[in-house]
Design a protein around this ligand. Sequence first.
Ligand code: CA
Ligand code: CA
Length: 229
Amino acid sequence: MIPKLLIPAIAAVFATGSLNAAVVYIDFGGSDTSGNWNSITDEVSGSILDAIDSNGQFTGIYVEVTSRFNASNYTGTTDSSAGYPSTATGDSFYGNAYQAYNGQPIIASSTVTFSNLTAGVQYSFTFYASRVGVADNRITRYTLTGEGDAEYVELNTSNNVTNSVTIYDVVADENGEITLDVGAGTGNDNTTGFYYLGVVEINYVVPEPTSGILALSGLALATLRRRRR
Ligand SMILES: [Ca+2]
Ligand SMILES: [Ca+2]
């Protein structure tokens, strides 16, 4: 049984550890999105040193294209119902999984690496891309690898306006990294094997500074000890 005197201290510990959700938006493509967004415009080796969240706070998250895409386009939807700004949905990085294209050999997949992530935090990644005005199925596979087995989701980007796909609760590996591989998905019947990355949204709960929780835990322990004397 928990001594009554301890209950406020324990409650305080849990209050201190209350959920503080963060959302990070990243626009991939040729031009920036303004506001509290992060933009990567270089499809070969673009990066963001310290991504901001939707409140404009620095997160420490480092994002880098570590295996190139072919190029970027401006052939995504700019429909206002897409759920993201038109500057984010309208442009994409793309790759060519089946045939050489645009002076590049086959690019079976392209990789974006997220690093300086916090150990133990569960990150959920939502992927969006759109390629309008096409009659084939440009299904794109998004594969995340952190701690444990890789997981993937697939999205048909052809004429997409509102659809997105999410992988939930991925934990970083021992180096604080999660890698995203983007390639052609099951049933992609485009002869060049085009695949796309337009937007990545990351959702996670920000851990409270450990020192505060430890201090309160110490207080609770001291209270318990006093009562036991
Ligand atoms: Ca853009
Ligand atoms: Ca974009």
